[in-house]
Design a binder for this molecule. Structure first.
Ligand code: C5P
Length: 236
């Protein structure tokens, strides 16, 4: 699984479909986050599926295990490809998430865990969240917890993927936001960022790209460039 996932961070489906219309016949893997999902509800997932998109439903679930189990069961029934939970919810919560899809028929969604948001830097983590040590150490610890809970992988910074792969194994998915083109290292609110080419070198499986594509003057060109830099000659 190697692909570029476009973050559909739009207020509503009109804006999302207007944007997708600018991509011509391309049917990218898309990420639906809280903004779009809370505005449109499950209908947006059905419409995107009908149009042939693979979907990462990024709701970053974080609650008591029983509630997360139920929530994952509900979102899994929509037929999405990936869902996520916060690793900081703990191993029992992540295990409940996995149990929710255990008996699902073939095609169950992959479940991945958010380690540390790519907008979180060292100082915020140490001084506000009171998590000591380096970001890298905390991310690796959370990734190990996710693996213990039987999850399929993590959301992490592209700068951490290689370490996680080395420590946990090549099968463990590393899905990485925080991507910027080389000439535009304007991070917006992201802190731990890199380019599509370096993310490929550093073993990301899926890169999640929002504003560098959605805010580009020519989004199709930006999307194709991202695929080329990240996937080289790979077409699908
Ligand atoms: O616009 P940009 O490329 O920064 O968008 C990144 C996307 O990835 C956003 O939708 C954001 O919510 C998401 N994300 C992130 N960091 C995480 C998990 C998800 O930036 N750790």
């Amino acid at each position: 699984m190697k692909d570029v996932v476009i973050a559909l961070d739009f207020q509503g489906k009109e804006q999302a479909f207007a944007f997708l219309g600018r991509l011509g016949s391309a049917r990218p893997f898309v990420k639906v986050g809280m903004e779009l999902f809370y505005a449109e509800g499950p209908g947006i997932i059905r419409e995107l599926k009908e149009r042939g998109h693979k979907i990462f439903l990024d709701l970053k679930l974080h609650d008591i295990p029983n509630t997360v189990r139920g929530a994952v069961r509900s979102v899994a029934s929509l037929g999405v490809d990936i869902v996520n939970v916060h690793a900081s919810g703990g191993i029992a919560m992540m295990t409940a998430a996995r149990e929710a899809v255990e008996n699902a028929a073939e095609g169950r969604p992959r479940i991945i865990a958010v380690t540390q948001l790519t907008s979180t830097g060292q100082e915020t983590m140490n001084l506000q969240l009171l998590i000591p040590g380096s970001v890298e150490k905390a991310v690796l610890h959370y990734a190990r917890n996710a693996e213990k809970a039987g999850l399929d992988g993590v959301v992490c910074s592209p700068l951490e993927a290689a370490l996680i792969k080395r420590e946990i194994g090549p099968h463990f998915l590393c899905v990485t936001p925080g991507i910027r083109f080389a000439e535009n290292q304007k991070p917006d609110d992201q802190v731990r960022i890199t380019t599509p080419a370096l993310a490929a070198r550093d073993e990301s499986d899926l890169i999640v790209v929002g504003r560098p594509i959605t805010a580009a003057p020519d989004p199709l060109e930006a999307y194709l460039r991202c695929r080329k830099e990240f996937m080289g000659g790979i077409d699908e």
